[in-house]
Design a binder for this molecule. Structure first.
Ligand SMILES: N[C@@H](CCC(=O)N[C@@H](CS)C(=O)NCC(=O)O)C(=O)O
Length: 214
């Protein structure tokens, strides 16, 4: 099968790419993720295609679709295969719920998680007040998800896995692996749902082995 497109990224561990790749897998689309260095591979030719210079950046096989922004890349991959209606919603109400949870993952969960990521990678000082503030933000968002998951199999209330589940699981994967210890993962419904999502074969292939912080 010829690749549907290429995603340029700094490395296989990029959670934004894991999300997009999982959606491609669910739609049976092959994506090529070549080795790419932010230091040496952002050539003038590459910048001509992606003037912002940020990754992930997507290029379709034909070269006529060029995209940045994880939300847009994921949306395009979700729309481009046989499971588009499942992944993005079969009714306006379903689509809106999926959009709500995809946005919640991106806007409410990811910024505080990213701050920890930056602290762990040495890009930001480990300031106690910043840590407490951002753990509080993650806890608030988790409490909300815990309530919503009461009686729901998938986060947007659908019958099957959607872009919302994959998006939220991709950011929580970082939080559970590197930020929140056992005591802080006191959300049984969220954990049960997270394992359900990351057990889906196409998601597992993109996310890799599930690892929890001690
Ligand atoms: N809003 C963008 C953010 C992308 C982003 O911040 N990418 C970082 C790496 S994770 C990057 O390319 N940094 C290099 C740079 O800023 O030049 C998305 O969601 O895809």
């Amino acid at each position: 099968m010829a690749p549907f497109g290429t995603i340029y990224t700094w490395g296989p561990g990029n959670p934004r790419v894991a999300r997009a790749t999982a959606i491609a897998n669910l739609n049976g689309l092959e994506i090529s993720v070549p080795e790419f260095s932010l230091q040496t591979d952002r050539t003038p030719e590459w910048y001509a295609k992606f003037p912002l210079g940020k990754v992930p950046a997507f290029e379709s096989a034909s070269g006529d679709v060029l995209l940045t922004e994880t939300l847009a890349i994921t949306h395009y991959l979700a729309l481009s295969g046989p499971r588009s209606h499942q992944l993005l919603g079969r009714t306006p109400a379903e689509s809106a719920q999926i959009q709500q949870w995809t946005a919640h993952a991106e806007v409410e969960f990811w910024p505080p998680i990213q701050i920890f990521n930056q602290i762990l990678r040495g890009f930001r000082p480990a300031d106690d007040a910043v840590i407490a503030e951002n753990k509080g933000k993650i806890a608030r968002a988790l409490e909300y998800a815990e309530k919503i998951l009461e009686g729901r199999k998938w986060i947007a209330g659908t019958e099957e896995i959607t872009v919302a589940d994959v998006s939220l699981a991709s950011v929580l994967n970082v939080a559970f692996k590197a930020i929140l210890g056992k005591e802080e993962r006191k959300y049984p419904k969220v954990l049960e749902w997270f394992e359900r999502v990351t057990d889906v074969e196409e998601v597992k292939r993109a996310f890799g082995e599930r690892v929890y912080k001690e």
